[in-house]
Design a protein around this ligand. Structure first.
Ligand SMILES: Nc1nc2c(c(=O)[nH]1)N[C@H]1C(S)=C(S)[C@@H](COP(=O)(O)OP(=O)(O)OC[C@H]3O[C@@H](n4cnc5c(N)ncnc54)[C@H](O)[C@@H]3O)O[C@H]1N2
Ligand code: MOO
Length: 656
């Protein structure tokens, strides 16, 4: 039977991995080594319990600088009836940590005694007086650290399977050890493959992909307690890949063969594994990451039984990173003898409907906020190539394989990447994205706050506010009848919610044209020229509304515009259409033209407002947003963005 790209359920994949490793004698800790405590052992796992050899302290020790004495000798001491003790026979000076004299059982701090000379006058050297006078009695063992206060010899200090932290090393040394038995770090070979890959730092041309999966996988392996070995890029050549894998099998405990896992003409991973050993599965019903491969190959130069597990890690960066989390982390946990990581989970309300492929376990990246007493989760981009979806993610929502989707408003469980404490310091914005919000996020971070934004367009933002799922929404919806921004839409979509509309920025919209503006395009009037090809935004986009509004005012019939029907979904996609020559111009923001080195014909200033429910105006998280609107340093930073105007920032369009 061919196992080639046939998805099996996750539990079946886990079972096959376990059985293959059990058979190879690898379903256990890989090895134990005894290392000096002076080596960097933080993150290593104890291989055996640590039983104290010594007590700590291992003698009765003074806990204060002062005088050791017998507590009984101070009985009856009072402010009006002091007790005097002779130094030498009844009291002895000690520093903190000194051995307590055999005969003593308490220490009085030096500042609590009168140090006197033979004549009862203050002594010249208070540490070596003739006698001391006390005006309070001391109970026995006052200011003494008795032997074993910290650790009693024979006591369990740390169990086996414990991940060492800096403080643990101190306790181990204190209880009499110089070295410790820890589990061996699994060596994980990481082999990036692909003709299109170029090393980090190489100037790129179209088709080149900066090789970074090996960087991510290596960092994951190191952070989980393994020892990564990164190999150079191997081109898409079956024999070269085979040679590299063979080489890696000699020096590693696990091989991660990256990319070439799917069904493309140059996807060799499965074949290479078959040639070197046994292909155990190819395809698991998880998204992203479904073409993952697992096999066992022989270890060259060793007995026939010696095997090395190999994972074919899918090439798409999100798939690669998640494959690390799902498959590699538990193996490193097993081999190092620690429990697998159990992420903290929260229950959250989903802000947007998501669909999921039937039969697959689906890993949806989400951002999370605490809004109006509820925890809400907004899904991020789903593409397996969108590494920033993992960078931005606060957690992962796993949709089980039997479920084909989840409706907005349903409760879901999310595995957290971000600590739940941080979520309380998060402002959750849903709506139209604007670059100035990225700056706002930076300035808020200086104040210990996090701004998380989910970009769903202006209208989507108003709907999120209506459902109580955001603290604020950015919006730039023009009313074609009045030429006023946002007001009418807010009344229409939020009839029962008191909200403030505050002007945030003015943004320049204009025509994105090729460098040097070869067609001499000056305004919307030029769109009807027979030699001009236009590219449009999709219906419902704020920019499309703006275009139609101005065409109407100028009396231009959209049917006369060549390319009016060509629709793109983002500013950057419009710019890309112009850059490639598919269109001569399109309406968009300055920044999109700049990003692709294009020219820009400024036409209109549009308003981008923040819509904030009145009930959040007093929220500790929202106040700094208003402070920043008036802070010169912030206004200046926004004004420096190309095509931005902050002249009206902070003006209240509709108050509470
Ligand atoms: N006919 C099918 N095609 C694909 C399937 C399928 O089931 N049938 N699955 C898709 C899925 S899902 C994934 S995931 C990918 C897996 O692809 P491969 O493992 O074969 O990897 P490539 O095609 O070589 O690369 C995919 C993508 O990732 C980039 N990449 C690869 N390595 C690196 C690296 N080290 N650093 C950064 N980026 C990397 C590569 O350039 C590609 O853009 O297959 C789908 N196709
Ligand atoms: O399922 Mo593929 O693994 O990322 O998109």
């Amino acid at each position: 039977m061919s196992v080639y790209l046939h998805d099996i359920p996750m539990t079946e994949a886990q079972r096959r991995i376990r059985e293959a490793l059990q058979e190879a004698g690898l379903w256990q800790v890989l090895g134990i080594e005894t290392l000096p405590l002076s080596e960097a052992l933080v993150g290593r796992v104890t291989a055996e319990p640590v039983w104290a050899r010594l007590s700590s302290p291992h003698y009765h020790s003074a806990a204060m600088d002062g005088f050791a004495l017998r507590a009984e000798d101070t009985d009856g001491a009072m402010p009006t009836a002091p007790v005097t003790l002779l130094v030498g026979s009844h009291a002895a000076y000690v520093d903190t940590g000194d051995v307590l004299p055999e005969w003593a059982n308490a220490v009085v701090p030096i500042e609590n005694v009168e140090a006197l000379d033979q004549n009862g006058r203050p002594a010249d050297d208070p540490r070596h007086p003739y006698m001391i006078r006390l005006r309070a009695a001391l109970p026995p063992w006052t200011h003494v650290r008795p032997m074993g206060e910290d650790i009693v010899a024979t006591q369990l200090v740390l169990p086996a399977g414990h991940v060492l932290r800096p403080v643990d090393l101190g306790a181990i040394a204190a209880c009499g050890y110089t070295d410790i038995a820890v589990t061996r770090k699994p060596r994980v070979a990481i082999l990036p493959t692909g003709d299109e890959l170029v090393p980090i730092g190489t100037p790129v041309k179209p088709g080149d992909i900066i090789e970074f999966n090996s960087l991510v996988l290596a960092a994951q392996v190191a952070s989980w307690g393994g020892e990564p070995i990164r190999y150079p890029i191997t081109p898409d050549d079956e024999n070269l890949i085979l040679e590299r894998v063979r080489e890696a099998a000699q020096e590693s405990d696990l091989i991660l063969l990256n990319a070439g896992s799917s069904a493309g003409s140059e996807d060799y991973s499965a074949r290479v594994i078959e040639r070197l050993g046994e292909l155990i599965f190819h395809g698991v019903a998880v998204r992203p990451g479904h073409p993952v491969i697992f096999g066992m190959i022989g270890r060259p130069g060793e007995s026939a039984g010696a095997k090395v597990p190999i994972l074919g890690v899918p090439g798409y960066p999100v798939s690669a990173a998640l494959t690390g989390e799902i498959f590699v982390e538990p193996l490193i946990a097993l081999w190092t003898g620690r429990p697998a990581t159990q992420p903290e989970e929260v229950e959250a309300v989903l802000t947007r409907k998501i669909t999921s492929p039937a039969g697959d376990e689906d890993y949806v990246r989400v951002v999370i906020g605490e809004v109006g007493g509820r925890t809400v989760a907004a899904p991020l981009a789903r593409g397996a190539g969108v590494i920033t979806s993992l960078v931005r993610a606060d957690g992962i929502l796993v949709i089980p394989s039997g479920i084909q989707g989840i409706e907005a408003g349903e409760k879901v469980r999310v595995r957290l990447y971000t600590s739940s404490r941080v979520l309380n310091r998060t402002i959750f914005a849903i709506g139209s994205h604007d670059m100035s919000l990225d700056l706002l996020a930076q300035f808020l971070a200086e104040r210990g706050l996090r701004l998380v934004s989910a970009n769903v367009g202006s209208l989507g933002g108003l709907i999120a506010l209506r459902r109580g799922e955001a603290h604020l929404a950015g919006s730039h919806l023009l009313d074609p009848e009045t030429g006023v921004y946002n007001l009418r839409y807010v009344r229409q979509y939020l009839p029962n919610e008191a909200v403030m509309i505050v002007r945030w920025v003015g943004r320049e919209q204009g025509l994105i044209v090729r460098p040097g503006n070869p067609k001499g395009i000056k305004g919307l009037e030029d769109l009807v020229r027979s030699d001009v090809m236009f590219v449009n935004r999709q219906r419902g986009a704020g920019t499309r509304v703006l275009l139609d509004y101005h065409l109407g005012r100028l009396g231009i019939n959209s049917e006369a515009i060549r390319g009016y029907q060509q629709e793109e979904y983002t500013h950057l996609a419009v710019a890309a259409a112009v850059a490639s020559g598919r269109a001569d111009c399109g309406l968009g923001v300055t920044a999109a033209a700049k990003a692709l080195g294009l020219d820009f014909v400024p036409l209109f200033q549009e308003a981008y407002d923040l819509i904030i429910p009145c009930k959040y105006l007093e929220d500790e998280r929202i106040k700094p947003v208003f402070d920043l609107m008036h802070e010169p340093r912030f206004r200046q930073a926004v004004a420096q963005l190309p095509g931005y105007d902050v002249g009206q920032m902070g003006i209240v369009v509709q108050g509470c």
